[in-house]
Design a protein around this ligand. Structure first.
Ligand code: ACO
Length: 434
């Protein structure tokens, strides 16, 4: 094995330093010893947007962006999507191993019996305007759960964390469904304990006067698969928010609300809603070349394309395309699919996209399926937040167990003015300069 060190020569002082290399990284703190003189603070790294910084050690999700590989706890996403249910995968992500039959039974029971939200939280939702965006309602309501479970602040107790994790995973679909019912002015539907995770969610969304809601099993399974695909994605923007806020030992409801807020942005989970808006704006296949020219001129972005980590086809996008076919057999084909396929075909042949390694990401096709299933585009990011809650919480639990972690607190390069003073004669409340 080669010598696992990095030798750095500081040309300012002509001194050399030998830094250990572990897991393909050097420790940023090892650079601090590199000083120009005794008063020097020491060398730091500058990495806006964390393009090349590992912020933690994690055993949950593995991505190889160049090869288009995604695995949860070692299992390829394709196998999990084909052979597991969402709750099995949630258990795997949280606990590191797939559940036995008995563990799965207990886990399903636990999640099922925590789906109800407190009546005061239900009333809290009524305070929103009829046209409030569901993501805004979701973020605020998840934060409000913190007031219902004050014991959740005890984040250093593993058993306490477990209880809050179950509550959040169980209540997320309920809150999501209630944001939707609120926007329509429909009465809220209580969870039905006889139904599975996604079938119950569909019940809370769409049940009207019928005594029992029967979800279409193909659609319930499609939603289950979509939830599996969205369950975790290592250190993405919202997970980073979860870890950053969680590192201050804020309670998990507040940290999850922060993560959901990060997810809402159009460059992250909000992209699925924007893809639909973009397809509607393009309007028809013959207008795609014109739109591509706008993208290449830098006027607009091709939403649902590109990824910080994947420089190859997003493996989730491939499974979503397959799931779309199953859904369309029930719902009929969403005409936007043909536009999306054509857009993808043109983009994948165009030098602009090829050179930049821009491929469809998970959001490119998910919205088309969601819309065919009857979801309003405003709900798309909420549908992302439900399963990602599993990833956020599992990453948060890992953070809490990690002895190396401290409060997340980056450094800066100060670019403001050097020390200066107020003019002599400056008095309270009177402008310094006339
Ligand atoms: N359309 C057009 N050009 C793009 C796109 C796009 N969707 N994405 C990246 N590019 C271009 C950039 O303009 C840049 O070009 P340049 O080198 O000529 O300046 C180059 O490709 C590199 O892009 P960056 O912005 O540096 O890549 P970054 O890793 O910072 O951004 C991101 C990744 C935010 C996902 C970006 O690709 C994007 O905005 N995509 C559209 C939004 C989207 O679909 N987001 C969902 C991501 S998946 C998720 O969060 C669940």
């Amino acid at each position: 094995m080669h010598n696992q060190t990095l030798t750095i020569t500081d040309n300012r002082t002509e001194k050399s330093y030998s830094l250990p290399i572990q897991d393909g990284t050097i420790r940023a703190m090892d650079l601090r010893q590199i000083k120009e003189n005794a008063d020097d603070f020491g060398l730091m790294t500058y990495d806006p947007a964390f393009m090349n910084t590992a912020s933690c050690r994690s055993g949950i999700t593995y991505i190889d962006g160049d090869k288009g590989i995604l695995r949860y706890r070692g299992y390829p996403i394709e196998e999990l999507a084909e052979k597991c249910t969402f709750l099995e995968v949630a258990y795997l992500i949280l606990n590191g191993e797939l559940p036995t039959a008995a563990q799965l039974k207990d886990w399903i029971q636990l999640v099922t019996y925590h789906t109800m939200i407190h009546e005061t939280t239900k009333h809290f939702l009524e305070g929103f305007r009829y046209n409030a965006h569901p993501m805004g309602m979701l973020v605020s309501t998840v934060a409000a759960l913190s007031t219902v479970y004050p014991e959740a602040t005890n984040v250093l107790d593993p058993e306490n964390r477990k209880l809050q994790i179950v509550r959040l995973i169980a209540k997320m679909p309920t809150i999501a469904a209630y944001t939707y019912r609120h926007s329509l002015g429909f009465p809220y539907i209580y969870p039905d304990n006889e139904l599975g995770y996604t079938a119950n969610f569909m019940n809370m969304l769409w049940k009207m006067a019928e005594p029992k809601y029967a979800a279409n099993p193909v659609l319930a399974r499609a939603l289950d698969i979509l939830f599996i695909l969205h369950a975790d994605h290592e250190q993405n923007c919202s997970t980073n928010a979860m870890r950053a806020v969680g590192s201050s030992q804020a309670d998990p409801y507040l940290s999850t609300a922060a993560a959901a807020a990060a997810l809402s942005g159009p460059l992250h989970g909000g992209a699925n809603e924007q893809v639909l808006r973009m397809l509607d704006q393009i309007g028809s296949k013959d207008r795609i070349p014109e739109y591509i020219e706008h993208v290449k001129a830098g006027k607009v972005k091709l939403m649902g394309f590109g990824h910080r980590v994947y420089k190859n086809y997003d493996p989730r996008a491939r499974i979503i395309k397959w799931t779309a076919e199953q859904v369309f057999q029930v719902t009929g084909r969403n005409p936007r699919l043909d536009m999306a396929l054509e857009l993808e075909k043109i983009a994948l042949e165009d030098e602009y996209f090829v050179k930049r390694k821009l491929y469809p990401n998970v959001d490119f096709y998910s919205g088309i399926i969601y819309q065919a299933m009857g979801f309003d585009p405003k709900m798309f990011t909420v549908l992302f937040a439900i399963p990602r809650t599993v990833g956020w919480l599992s990453q948060w639990d890992e953070l809490m167990r990690d002895a190396e972690q401290k409060i997340a607190r980056p450094r800066q390069i100060f670019t403001g003015p050097a020390e200066r003073h107020l003019p002599a004669g400056k008095t309270l409340g009177v402008a310094a300069v006339a």
